[in-house]
Design a binder for this molecule. Structure first.
Ligand SMILES: [Cu+2]
Length: 151
């Protein structure tokens, strides 16, 4: 009886040890995710990697600086749809020529407005030709916003 108990106890301790070791070895994956969020710097932006990532807690980086004529990719890394669009909500008319009412027209492709919800994992790209500081937001949850500075 005592022997059986010892064997069982040893197995439990071994299992806990393996579980603990496995948990520890998974920890670096979290750090990698954090690094991805921090990679959206201005320096990388000049390499053509103008990426703004949307997570459930906001856009990162909050301010991205690019050169006129460069394309910015808005990536949806959240678990719900997102809809990046020019300020101001709900009209989206701050970026020159833009406006949510144009989503139903042929001009849709040329305005700073995704014009639709984009699923998790999807992305929206826009080429900024106008110099200035352009605010944008998630039209589906307008408390999330950011800014693209075009030099
Ligand atoms: Cu809006």
């Amino acid at each position: 009886m005592n022997k059986t108990f010892l064997v069982v106890a040893l197995i439990v301790v071994a299992a806990l040890g393996i579980w603990y070791f496995t948990s520890q070895s998974q920890a670096p994956a979290v750090n990698e995710t954090e690094n991805v969020g921090g990679n959206g710097t201005v320096e990388e932006a000049t390499d053509g990697g103008n990426v703004i990532t949307f997570t459930g807690t906001g856009f990162s980086p909050g301010i991205l600086t690019v050169k006129a004529g460069e394309t910015v990719k808005f990536v949806n890394s959240s678990d719900g749809n997102f809809w990046p669009a020019s300020a101001m909500h709900p009209t989206h008319t701050v970026y020159p020529g833009s406006g949510i009412e144009k989503c139903d027209t042929a001009e849709r492709e040329s305005i700073f407005d995704a014009c639709d919800g984009i699923a998790p994992g999807g992305s929206y790209e826009f080429t900024f030709n106008e110099v200035g500081e352009w605010g944008y937001h998630n039209h589906l949850d307008a408390k999330f916003f950011g800014k693209v500075v075009v030099e």
